[in-house]
Design a binder for this molecule. Structure first.
Ligand code: PEP
Ligand code: MG
Length: 544
């Protein structure tokens, strides 16, 4: 038995088998070849295999997400069969006597640059598709078949680190737990794990990854961060007991459903839940949250092959609003950039992505993207109780510009004869020290603030939330952060606005009393934390 240790980001116990997360390695080297015919045959066979894979994916997508979203895979199949594309690959092999992988990679670069340089936005977006199909063909040439490990058994996914886009693409029904060798507890991967309601540990270290293999028996304790590989019987027994204790506690918490979030002295607070997509609504309702305090709308973009259309977004927002049946739903506008990268945005590589071109900065400089989202949000607003929230605010000017775009979009909708609600609450995230410090100026311009403690911590303490090495320096209870929250709360209330917290700190029950004393009106947490938080609130007495 080997024991390892990391940081638990979701407290529960899992006992199962290891599945190593395999990232497709499509690194291509240029090698000289002797037999040109054989190389041409390799390409043809790889393309045939790629088309067979795509056809399977198309059928699955058709059944699960419908024709509109499935179509892209049909387009991919057609692109693989395109004459110009294939001629280019063949020419490179024949004229340079080089390997098929290199010829496909070269062709991919030529064609994607050509598409990216076109004027038409639709054609520009095809650049990503060319890269996609080429990577698939290269993977088939290298024989990296991602479909090889299909098993019905739930596994413990072990990886070096996972990008948010990789995490969302995992089949959630097959994940028993997560362990990553690197990563930090405020990263979006950790947040996703919490939302998925599964035990998760990050930062287990390089040695952990080196010492495990597919199929190894493993115990993951998300409470303590302990990991046991190849555990002895005594340890298995101990953790089976811990698992059943957890289940018993969970059952006890179920008794809190339907009860108020009220302290012993009668102070009330709203407890809402955070979601990343339409499928999160089920967990919000199951856990009896009073509303949705943060819908990270960027996940609609992360899960998509291209910019989600106004119609696709409208459908998603409408579903969430209808599902919540009149309860508050706060949808945050696109917060892409930094660790949440999407190819089709074609964002430049940056030295300091967290301090870079992200979130509202993209929206205000690419108004076509912003306006599409606002149109969809406004149109959906008639189906429920919507709040719209803007991320990464640092100045009054940004908020003025946002409001101007919002008014423009409202006018356009009116001109188009389309309905929207007049009762939408408008709010901003307080997640930069600048926003907290000028919260007296921002508060009169909004209905509410929502404190994003994940970014507020990163920017206040100058600690990159993605950098696992900085975990020892990240004091989430740092006085500077608490003072910024308190200052924002005072300024919100002075202006008649309400204030919530939607960062991970909202779920930290050791701070619940502090937040209540500051007058925080709402806490929004991953759905599985709603009932534990209600439990904590109901035990607090502010008269003491
Ligand atoms: C935050 O920064 O605290 C927040 C809630 O937003 P995100 O984690 O998506 O950056
Ligand atoms: Mg944030």
């Amino acid at each position: 038995m080997n024991k390892f240790h990391g940081t638990g980001v979701y407290g529960a116990v899992a006992i199962g088998n290891v599945s190593l997360f395999k990232r497709q390695d499509t690194t291509v080297r240029r090698t000289k070849i002797e037999n040109i015919d054989a190389e041409l045959k390799r390409v043809a066979a790889a393309e045939e295999k790629a088309i067979a894979q795509l056809s399977e994916i198309y059928e699955k997508a058709l059944a699960e997400v419908g024709e509109t979203h499935a179509q892209i895979f049909e387009i991919h199949m057609m692109m693989i069969e395109d004459d110009d594309y294939n001629e280019s690959i063949q020419n490179i092999i024949k004229t340079q006597s080089v390997n098929a992988e290199y010829a496909v990679a070269e062709t991919s670069d030529i064609f994607s640059e050509m598409f990216a340089g076109m004027d038409d936005a639709y054609m520009q977006a095809r650049a990503t598709d060319v890269k996609d199909i080429s990577n698939r063909i290269i993977a088939c040439l290298l024989d990296n078949d991602e479909t090889e490990k299909s098993t019905s058994e739930k596994m413990v996914i072990c990886a070096d680190d996972l990008a948010p886009s990789e995490t969302v693409s995992l089949d959630k029904d097959k994940v028993l737990a997560f362990v990553t060798a690197f990563g930090s507890s405020n990263s979006h991967t950790a947040i996703l794990a919490r939302n998925m309601n599964i035990p998760a540990i990050i930062g287990a270290g390089e040695e952990f990854l080196r010492s495990i293999s597919d199929g190894d028996k493993i115990i993951v304790d998300g409470h303590t961060g302990d990991i046991f590989v190849d555990p002895d019987n005594e340890t298995v027994e101990k953790y089976l007991k811990k698992q059943s204790d957890d289940n018993r506690k969970k059952k006890l918490l179920q008794e809190l459903k339907g009860k108020e979030n009220v302290t012993l002295d009668g102070t009330k607070i709203n407890i809402y839940a955070n979601i990343g997509g339409v499928d999160g609504v089920g967990a919000v309702l199951q856990n009896d949250a009073g509303g949705i305090g943060l819908f990270r709308s960027e996940f609609l973009y992360l899960e998509s092959e291209d910019f989600p259309t106004e119609e696709a977004q409208f459908t998603a927002y409408k579903k969430v609003l209808e599902g919540m049946a009149g309860k508050k739903v706060i949808i945050r506008t696109l917060d892409i950039g930094a660790d949440k990268q999407v190819d089709y945005f074609n964002l430049d590589k940056e030295e300091n992505p967290a301090l870079g071109y992200r979130a509202i900065r993209i929206c205000l400089t690419r108004p076509e993207i912003f306006k599409t989202q606002l149109r969809a949000l406004l149109r959906a607003s008639v189906f429920g109780n919507l709040g719209i929230m803007f991320p990464m605010i640092t100045s009054v000017k940004e908020l003025q510009d946002i409001k101007a775009v919002l008014e423009e979009v409202k006018k356009e909708l009116k001109d188009d004869g389309l309905e929207y609600s007049e009762n939408i609450e408008i709010g901003i995230m307080i997640e930069t020290p600048a926003a907290a410090i000028i919260s007296d100026k921002l508060a009169p311009m909004v209905d509410f603030f929502s404190v994003g403690t994940n970014d507020l911590t990163q920017y206040t303490l100058a600690c990159d939330r993605q950098n696992a090495k900085l975990e020892p320096f990240i004091d989430t209870h740092h006085e500077a952060i608490l003072r910024l929250i308190e200052m924002s709360a005072e300024n919100a209330h002075k202006a008649g606005a309400w204030i919530g917290i939607c960062g991970e700190l909202a779920a930290d029950t050791s701070l619940t009393e502090t937040f209540l004393r500051m007058g925080i009106d709402e806490l929004s947490v991953s759905a599985p934390f709603v009932l534990p938080l209600r439990d904590a609130v109901r035990k607090i007495d502010l008269r003491k």
